[in-house]
Design a protein around this ligand. Structure first.
Ligand code: HEC
Ligand code: HEC
Length: 143
């Protein structure tokens, strides 16, 4: 009995000492875990109006090319609207003097536009001049 009491007291002492040396955790991002992330500053696109800049070199063979121009007024793709196609689509690219959609954007058998490519910006992205968030040692496979 006496032994049990001693063990109990010793355990209690350990807990109390443990609590005394407790330091609150500080998260690496410096904010409470439940706090909403602050929105980053909106940066201006590096490119200007379509038709005024060279294409950006690709870095790997199957890369969707990045968008060299700004997309401020026409990046909203909806079910019925897609302004990217107004310039890049098969019916318009010649008169709009724009690069034509890649061959992979058409259904092989029918040559029709493949609707699974409708949301262009899920693969193609316009560029802003932002510092890399993490170290990046990527090396492309195009010489
Ligand atoms: C007003 C016409 C126009 C519109 C609208 C437009 N583009 Fe372009 N796009 C161009 C032209 C012209 C170029 C050639 C580069 C330049 O001059 O900016 C180009 C270049 C590109 C390229 C680079 C192709 C390559 O081979 O490197 C991609 C990708 C692209 N556009 C995607 C898009 C997407 C996605 C949208 C919709 C968000 C869009 N464009 C809207 C005219 C347009
Ligand atoms: C699923 C990803 C994906 C989607 C969605 C997509 N693309 Fe592409 N795009 C690519 C890839 C990958 C290439 C590289 C060449 C290829 O595979 O045809 C490319 C190439 C291009 C090119 C350059 C063609 C060339 O000379 O190689 C243009 C212009 C382009 N896409 C415009 C668009 C537009 C406009 C849309 C929306 C209507 C769109 N893409 C949707 C992946 C995509």
């Amino acid at each position: 009995m006496k032994k049990t009491v001693t063990i109990l007291l010793a355990s209690l002492l350990t807990v109390i000492l443990g609590c005394a040396s407790y330091e609150p955790l500080v998260s690496m991002r410096g904010a409470d875990v439940a706090a909403v992330d602050a929105a980053p500053d909106a940066k201006a696109y590096v490119g200007k109006r379509p038709g005024t800049q060279p294409l950006v070199a690709r870095t790997f063979s199957t890369q969707p090319p990045v968008i060299p121009h700004a997309v401020d007024n026409f990046d909203e793709v909806t079910l019925t609207e897609n302004q990217c196609l107004d310039c890049h689509g098969p019916d318009n690219y010649v008169k709009k003097n724009s690069p034509k959609l890649g061959d992979s954007h058409f259904v092989a058998a029918t040559k029709a536009f493949d609707a699974s490519r409708h949301v262009c910006t899920s693969c193609h992205v316009a560029q802003v001049d932002a510092p890399a968030l993490v170290e990046n040692r990527f090396i492309g496979n195009i010489k």
